[in-house]
Design a protein around this ligand. Structure first.
Ligand SMILES: Cc1cc2nc3c(=O)[nH]c(=O)nc-3n(C[C@H](O)[C@H](O)[C@H](O)COP(=O)(O)OP(=O)(O)OC[C@H]3O[C@@H](n4cnc5c(N)ncnc54)[C@H](O)[C@@H]3O)c2cc1C
Length: 498
């Protein structure tokens, strides 16, 4: 480990990792400190995966500028990083005639923000485009796209790690002292020294700011629950289907969104909470999501749901106040040398490449640096054998028989893909780290079949059973041997810690 880094980035979400990738173009020593056992475990792994165009954000705001700038380069960004991307387009559907005025004002704002090719379509055009959707009219947004959010986050991290960025997982920052040029950052078991700090800790960025005496921001967490529908019903829609955004609501309303893997997401809900880590999902919201989505897409059944998840919005305005809070991207006078990224809620995924450019400029103004010859423009993710044509799969199997052994039957993930995921460049070896790199356990059976096989492969690849976790930290999968249990070395009932 370097004695002192030029830059310490706090938070391995898509924003922190996009900044790390951007800085890895230069001869700078950079560390990313992430409290979880892997990257993409915060909001960046739990959102709609929509590459927003910029119709929903106020003209002239930083959100609008960074959203539009990010959206412009997003497709190439995903191509370079081998991240699934699909320009499926979006329709914002007015269920009743009296909502068409809302479509017109959305369109006017989109035009003002520079969003191309917007048009209002009538109900018969909507029916032609989306045979299963009914509505009085719709705003057609053909440039809207979807991308796989966690694959992007992982690709940004692994590509920058390969170029020399040091990733420190399971490293929650608990205190910061010193000043620009010589910060000391406390993590369990040690101190990281850095000349500059980037505070991209998402939901906890206000707390990181408070560690250096900046008290002007407060994050109000707002949970958004989703359900994921089985691929079996994935063909019900062609593009994203959004409602007219609820007035004064905390989000864009419950939308029906295809994923790049062929599932459909319903959500998100919007509920303020006091606990940023409270990403539970509930039967009540599941029912509500199905009910609201059924207004556009009749006939959805609870049996179509395979699982649920929640993402947490880092809101800068409390529920009582409501309304718009802009992105904060600022070095403030209380603590020079620290760049604060606060309130990076939606469209933060879309804006992340543009935010990274801005922060990289700030760093390089302070620490001029030459180009890094280890930086590679292109990154290749773990193979997605299921997407290959049969002749390519045959060729892969002759090259390595591990391509011919299916471990996850639902998602058709091979032994080779699991082993490559285990040997990732971040040394993230939890069950979830394998899941988000390979998709194993994400299908209909949710790991019932492949879970034990992945554990066998982790052990075959040098990881002891006692070291295995679900998500990193202390989310242990095994507490010891049956023999230890018999000898009373392990309590028969253990309180869940995670
Ligand atoms: C429900 C929902 C839907 C969304 N949909 C979209 C969408 O479709 N399109 C779009 O563009 N945007 C969307 N967004 C917004 C987008 O997901 C976020 O803007 C983006 O993920 C923010 O990334 P981040 O890196 O700032 O935060 P995060 O992903 O939360 O990363 C912050 C990281 O900091 C780490 N951390 C926190 N405290 C510490 C500490 N003390 N020490 C070390 N590490 C720490 C966390 O573990 C976390 O990994 C959505 C958000 C939500 C909640």
């Amino acid at each position: 480990m370097s004695d002192k880094f030029d830059v310490a980035i706090i938070g391995g979400g898509v924003v922190g990792c996009a900044i790390s990738r951007e800085l890895s173009r230069y001869q700078l020593s950079v560390a990313v400190l992430e409290r979880a056992g892997d990257v993409a475990r915060g909001t960046s792994g739990k959102n709609s995966g929509v590459v927003h165009t910029g119709i929903n954000v106020p003209t002239g705001s930083r959100k609008a500028a960074l959203n539009v700038a990010g959206a412009r380069i997003f497709e190439d960004y995903c191509k370079d990083l081998d991240v699934p991307f699909d320009r499926v387009g979006k329709v914002i559907v007015a269920l009743e005639e009296d909502q068409t005025a809302d479509l017109e004002s959305l369109m006017a704002r989109g035009v003002a923000n520079g969003v191309p090719d917007l048009e209002i379509i009538d109900s018969s055009t909507l029916k032609r485009m989306e045979p299963n959707i009914s509505g009085a009219a719709a705003l057609n947004v053909p440039t809207a796209a979807i991308a796989c959010p966690y694959s992007l986050n992982i690709a940004l991290a692994e590509s920058s790690a390969e170029a020399g960025v040091e990733y420190m997982l399971n490293s929650p920052v608990t205190a910061i002292s010193g000043d620009e040029g010589d910060f000391q950052i406390t993590i369990p078991g040690g101190t990281v020294n850095a000349a500059l700090i980037v505070n991209s800790a998402g939901l906890f960025s206000d707390k990181i700011a408070r560690m250096v005496g900046i008290t002007r921001w407060r994050i109000w967490p707002c949970r958004g629950e989703y359900v994921i529908l089985d691929k079996r019903v994935g063909g019900l829609i062609n593009s994203m289907v959004y409602p007219v955004p609820p007035k004064g609501g905390a989000g864009l309303g419950v939308h029906i969104t295809p994923t790049t893997d062929g599932n459909i997401l319903l959500g998100p809900s919007a509920d303020y909470t006091n606990d940023a880590d409270d990403v539970r999902t509930t039967a009540k919201i599941r029912r509500q999501l199905l009910k609201e989505a059924s207004e556009f897409l009749p006939g959805l059944s609870p049996r179509d749901v395979i699982t649920a998840y929640s993402g947490m919005r880092p809101k800068l305005v409390p529920s009582k106040v409501g309304g718009f809070g802009d992105f904060v991207i600022e070095e403030v006078s209380e603590q020079p040398g620290m760049m604060n990224l606060i309130g990076i809620e939606s469209p933060g995924l879309t804006a992340s490449p543009a935010i990274a450019d801005e922060v990289s400029d700030w760093v390089r103004e302070k620490i001029p640096a030459k180009k890094n010859s280890n930086f590679k423009g292109k990154w290749t993710a773990v193979d997605r054998v299921r997407d290959e044509p049969p002749e390519k799969i045959d060729a892969l199997i002759s090259e390595d028989p591990a391509y011919g052994e299916i471990i996850c039957r639902c998602e058709m993930v091979t032994r080779k893909e699991i082993v490559d995921s285990i040997n990732n460049g971040l040394e993230a070896t939890s069950l979830n780290a394998i899941k988000y790199r390979s998709r194993a356990t994400m299908g209909r059976c949710q790991g019932g079949f492949c879970g034990p096989r992945i554990i066998d492969l982790l052990i075959e690849n040098g990881h002891s059973p006692e070291s295995l976790t679900l998500t990193g930290g202390d989310s242990w999968l095994f507490l010891g041997s049956v023999e230890d249990l018999r000898k009373g070395k392990i309590p028969a009932v253990v309180e869940a810690t995670n």
